[in-house]
Design a protein around this ligand. Structure first.
Ligand code: TGC
Ligand code: FAD
Length: 387
């Protein structure tokens, strides 16, 4: 019998090109050697490991799918593999890369003027300018159309008033992509951190994504020049288009979390002796581990096919919703089960399961809650909008 890879039972890796495999290996090495030694303490101390940003930039992980402007120009599958490996380290690392790449660099690239691209993208790829993305407001993130933040034209400028909540990277960001209602519909603006009236306040006391900065953003008559408005999009489809890019990467990330948890549980149950035999010798434990492998395999195939569709220009947002729903649910269930299999040892950050489990409580909420994605599929099947 062939020796199978326990975290890739269907040899999905063989479906990757040589370049994709090389990218995955490079990021995996970075995560094993540079990130993993830091992540337990980073989570414990609620600190994002800022020292990793230049290394991520040097590896081409920021804005990796963008052509030109100092970016790597990789395909969608490679971006997915980057997300998977980063999240195998910690969802906080993957969140950082997702927000910088898909939620900040992508809208500048897709909706920005040539001057805006030249001004910000090369420095963002180099990790010298950090971005955040302000869509959600405190009164209800699932329904972004109800946003209260407003931009009003004032001569050559805009005046922005309002606030955003739960914003990844908020306090470490140099620029914020802020979505606001105008008299002509929702528009996107690039706010700079030293603009008068713009303030970021870090949110403390998080039990999830502790190794990630999350903030509230406040705008009190912030004067923003017309040159900082993203000129090529109006309407909710602007921010939702960015979310499709980020959610695509998020379908891959939780595969990394789940792989980290399963790997840890397999090793732990082989070592742990109870009732005179390894824990792994019990049928119920094997069934639980087998079920994890089954669900990981399904998620790997789903994300790879989604990536191939993306690279062929045929990926639909509804497909992204189904994969985000499936893969995050898969990883959250696996992380919770692995935490239990580790017994008391599973409750500290010395093991990875509880860190991933708690992180995934955010991942299942942000970028569209599980319910939002289920209702997107429901709408697709029935033709009835239940939102
Ligand atoms: P709806 O009428 O369906 O659509 C309005 C317009 O947008 C278009 N559209 C999309 N375009 C691109 N991608 C998508 N996924 C799209 N979904 C819709 C649509 O075609 C339409 O265009 P047009 O030209 O006709 O105007 O809008 P709705 O108000 O009914 O809302 C639908 C709903 C509920 C699915 C949407 O509001 C939604 O997705 N809500 C969830 C919000 C969300 O995900 N927020 C995430 C905030 S960012 C974040 O969480 C970052 S965490 C990052 C990290 O740390 O990693
Ligand atoms: P709500 O929308 O109030 O939802 C509450 C509950 O109601 C959920 O269970 C939801 O599924 C359910 N629900 C909603 N609508 C329906 C319905 N029609 N039918 C049935 N049930 C429904 N946002 C940004 O803009 N930028 C960021 O960088 C960012 N980063 C984040 C980082 C973290 C760590 C977290 C936790 C969130 C982040 N968010 C960010 C916000 C995130 O996108 C929102 O939390 C998310 O969209 C859900 O919004 P909400 O929290 O207001 O929940």
């Amino acid at each position: 019998m062939a020796n199978l890879n326990p975290t890739d039972l269907f040899d999905v890796r063989s479906l990757l090109s040589e370049e994709e495999q090389m990218i995955q290996d490079t990021v995996a090495r970075f995560v094993d050697e540079r990130a993993l030694p830091l992540m337990g303490a980073a989570f414990d101390q609620a600190q994002f490991p800022m020292e990793l940003i230049p290394e991520m930039a040097d590896l081409g992980l920021l804005g990796s799918t963008i052509e030109g402007y100092g970016c790597a120009g990789l395909n969608g599958v490679s971006y997915g593999l980057i997300c998977q490996e980063l999240e195998r380290g910690d969802a906080g690392l993957r969140s950082f890369a997702s927000v910088q790449s898909s939620l900040c660099m992508y809208p500048i690239y897709a909706y920005g003027s040539e001057e805006q691209k030249q001004r910000w993208l090369p420095d963002m790829a180099a990790g010298k300018v950090i971005g955040c993305f302000g869509l959600t407001e405190a009164h209800g993130g699932s329904d972004p159309a109800s946003m209260k933040t407003r931009a009003k034209r004032d001569g050559d400028d805009w005046l922005i008033n309002g606030s955003k909540m739960w914003i990844t990277n908020g306090n470490i960001a140099d620029i914020a992509i802020v979505w606001a209602h105008t008299d002509d519909g929702i528009m996107g603006f690039v706010l700079e951190k030293d603009m008068a009236g713009f303030e970021a306040q870090e949110i403390h006391g998080k039990m999830s994504l502790r190794a990630s900065v999350t903030s509230g953003l406040f705008f009190d008559n912030v004067r923003v020049p017309e040159a900082n408005r993203l000129p090529k999009v109006t309407g909710l489809k602007g921010p939702l288009g960015c979310l499709t890019q980020a959610r695509y990467g998020i379908t891959w990330g939780p595969i990394g979390s789940a792989i980290a948890c399963l790997t840890e549980a397999v090793a732990y149950t082989a070592d742990r002796k109870l009732f005179g035999r390894p824990l792994a010798a019990n049928q119920s434990i094997q069934i639980r581990l087998a079920d994890m492998a089954r669900r990981i395999t399904t998620a790997q195939l789903l994300s790879l096919q989604l990536g191939r569709l993306k690279d062929a220009g045929r990926m639909a947002p509804q497909q992204v919703s189904l994969a985000k729903w499936n893969n995050v649910r898969m990883a959250l269930d696996i992380a919770r089960d692995c935490r239990d299999i580790l017994g008391a040892a599973g409750i500290t950050v010395e093991h990875a399961a509880i860190r991933h489990m708690l992180n995934l409580e955010s991942v299942i909420t942000y970028e569209g809650t599980e319910t939002v994605h289920q209702l997107v599929i429901g709408r697709e099947l029935t033709g009835i909008n239940a939102f």
